[in-house]
Design a protein around this ligand. Sequence first.
Ligand SMILES: Nc1ncnc2c1ncn2[C@@H]1O[C@H](COP(=O)(O)OP(=O)(O)OP(=O)(O)O)[C@@H](O)[C@H]1O
Length: 223
Amino acid sequence: MIAFDNVAYNYGGGELLSEVSLRLAPGSFHFLTGPSGAGKTTFLKLAYAELLPTAGRVTIFDREVRGLTRDDVALTRRRIGVVHQDVQFLDHLPLAANVAMPLMVSGRTGDPRDLTDLLQWVGLGQLGDALPPQLSGGERQRAALARAVIMGPDVILADEPTGNLDWEMSLRLLTLLVELNKMGKTILVATHDLNLIRTAKNQVAARVLRIRNRRIQLAGADL
Ligand SMILES: Nc1ncnc2c1ncn2[C@@H]1O[C@H](COP(=O)(O)OP(=O)(O)OP(=O)(O)O)[C@@H](O)[C@H]1O
């Protein structure tokens, strides 16, 4: 689904990632961990064609990103839902309109019942009319996840989705991600939270990728 072949990335100050070769198979669940500044967000950006590798090949849905036109990139992105580390909403629009924004932008008219169902699924059924500044951190993260899945993506990439959440809310978000995986979605979650990873491994066959010395390796059972 998404493949990295001998990928390197460099912002200009030396290589940040090198010799990265891995595959995110359809329906898989991966965590990506590593110290702050190791390159987790950069890896995610490579995986949704926000950045092009400085060496090697990234292939998304069987197409090498370097050969994609701007329109191809837009189409590819519709199949990848991203939950960004710093979740941004349009503060003057109600939550429901924010969650539905990807549909509006792509010119699709979604079924309003689907939007209602989605908000209920993330536990925000009563908050569709609320404005983003009125939401708690956990509510914002769940709204961001709803927005990431509204287009029915095949892949969900989440960057520290539980970063500022308490444990109970982290588990709630994890449950949603596990449910999405059980529906067949391919999931990658970047996180520092090793407890979250350990808990997830009891619920889903998750693999753990670890960034160490610019390389990304599958972690063993020593987490
Ligand atoms: N646009 C950019 N230009 C130059 N350097 C950048 C840019 N974006 C990120 N970096 C640098 O690349 C390194 C990796 O950043 P990245 O955000 O990928 O790390 P991370 O593992 O996600 O970190 P964190 O866990 O703190 O979010 C950092 O040293 C960062 O300062």
